[in-house]
Design a protein around this ligand. Structure first.
Ligand code: UGA
Length: 438
């Protein structure tokens, strides 16, 4: 166990990678430009709502196997450095590699011959080769090792991955795969371009599957079918599989939207357009707007209000990036609708503003943000629609009689298929479930 691990970036991926390797017994040094994240790690905390992550970081902190700094000099002794920085979407859809470039410039002075730089960030095909060329003259090796960590499950996915993918120069691959050996997960060695493309392929394929199911749900409603029964039949086919078959308000998050567009951009740039994926992205935007329209259509009075249950892009995370719930809230408020919202991770208007992924939330031209409810029962009396947009467990077992007592004329719109229809109806409320003809 002579390797010393360096990690650049302490976001979801970097923090889980650092904590995971520390848990496996390695000595880990983390660098991040955000002093709050660094201070957190130095006190044994990640600052993220990831199950199990703080336990691992705290244990590593107690064993002195993790350190962190805003200075790249903390990586001086590292022999294998994982680059875990964001690759956000540029306005033209392509991946923005500025943070990768900054990370490499930061670590370069501390790299020695035979060190390995591992690209864990999601990067377009060709990035690994370009980095290998940049660092090759210093005798530094480069390996692509894309991450497949779901937010809310990063520790679990790090410690029990479906597969570990590595691509790049063979001697360095051996050293990187050795780090993961004790996990006993399949290790897939591929060439660099394939590692890069495979990461985009996985996220894009899942997005495609979801867009298909979302459109199928709309069709099911129209022709008198039940999407849950249809997907149950599909899931029995091993070739289709049972995952990612639940329709929703559209897929979001910090990964699918940017990765699908980046793959479309790569494909277009080499004149090999991915028509299926472009259609999935279009369908996804239409799905979110369809839900906003479904809600708007049920507002029969000028004062009518809407309550959205859930604002994060999925349950189990505090992340609001590319959240369909937020898109729906903003679309409705632009139409002049009074929008209220509850989310277990958002306690106040201030905490929403602090986490809003808008350029400038204080900008008066931005649509009004939803009013945050302290609990899902604190409904405005003029609420006409209560829409479940994020599948938090809290909303599976609401006391519908309390809701009905306050807002007897409200329609419940379940975009995630999580409520017990009989309970909602027995409270006297109308129910609309996406994908199910009522
Ligand atoms: C995704 C991938 O699942 C990870 O493997 C990958 O590592 C990560 O992106 C990344 O590239 O970093 P994540 O963004 O955390 O992880 O979200 P998912 O759990 O995959 O969900 C994506 C979207 O699909 C969410 O909006 C979710 O609500 C939606 N979804 C998922 C559905 O609407 N229905 C489903 O049945 C499943």
């Amino acid at each position: 166990m002579s390797e010393v691990i360096g990690v650049i970036g302490a976001g979801y991926v970097g923090a889980a990678t650092a904590a995971g390797f520390a848990h496996l017994g390695y000595s880990v040094a983390v660098v991040d430009t955000d002093a709050a994240k660094v201070d957190g790690i130095l006190c044994g905390r990640s600052g993220l709502t990831e199950p199990g992550l703080d336990d691992l970081i705290e244990a590593a902190h107690e064993n002195s196997t993790i350190t962190a700094s805003t200075s790249y000099s903390v990586l001086t002794d590292a022999t294998i450095v994982f680059v875990c920085v964001p690759t956000p979407m540029r306005s033209d859809g392509a991946a923005d590699l500025t943070f990768i470039d900054t990370a490499l410039s930061g670590v370069e002075p501390y790299l020695e011959p035979d060190d390995v730089v591992v690209l864990k960030s999601t990067v377009p095909v060709g990035t690994g080769d370009a980095v290998a060329e940049r660092l090759g003259s210093a005798g530094v090796h480069v390996v692509n090792n894309p991450e497949f960590l779901r937010e809310g499950h990063t520790v679990e996915d790090f410690l029990a991955p479906d597969r570990v993918v590595v691509g790049g120069d063979p001697a360095a691959i051996k050293r990187v795969t050795a780090l993961y050996r004790s996990l006993h997960s399949p290790i897939v060695e591929v060439d660099r371009a394939s590692a890069e493309l495979a990461k985009y392929a996985c996220n894009s394929f899942l997005a495609l599957k979801l867009s298909f199911v979302d459109e199928l749900a709309t069709l099911a409603e129209r022709v008198g079918a039940d999407i849950t029964e249809v997907t149950d039949v599909m899931a029995h086919d091993d070739r289709i599989g049972s995952h990612f078959l639940s329709p929703g308000p559209g897929w979001g998050g910090s990964c699918f939207p940017k990765d699908t567009r980046a793959l479309i951009s790569t494909a277009t740039s080499v004149e090999r357009p991915m028509r299926t994926l472009a259609a999935a992205v279009d369908a996804n935007e239409a799905q979110t707007q369809r839900i906003a329209a479904l809600i708007a259509d049920r507002l029969d009075e000028p004062d009518a209000a809407v309550t959205l249950l859930g604002l994060t892009f999925k349950a189990g995370t505090a992340d609001l990036r590319e959240s369909p719930a937020l898109d729906i809230a903003l679309t409705l408020s632009k139409q002049g609708v009074r929008v209220f919202a509850h989310d277990p991770t958002i306690t106040s208007a201030e905490s929403l503003v602090a986490r809003m992924p808008l350029e400038n939330p204080a900008d008066p031209s931005q649509p009004t943000l939803p009013v945050i409810l302290a609990d899902p029962y604190a409904l405005d009396v003029d609420t006409r629609v209560i829409a479940i947009v994020t599948e938090w467990n809290d909303y599976r077992s609401l006391q519908w009689s309390l809701v009905a007592a306050r807002c007897p004329h409200a329609v419940v719109i379940d975009t995630r298929g999580i409520v017990d229809a009989a309970l909602v109806r027995s409270a006297g409320l109308q129910l609309y479930r996406i994908g199910i003809a009522e």
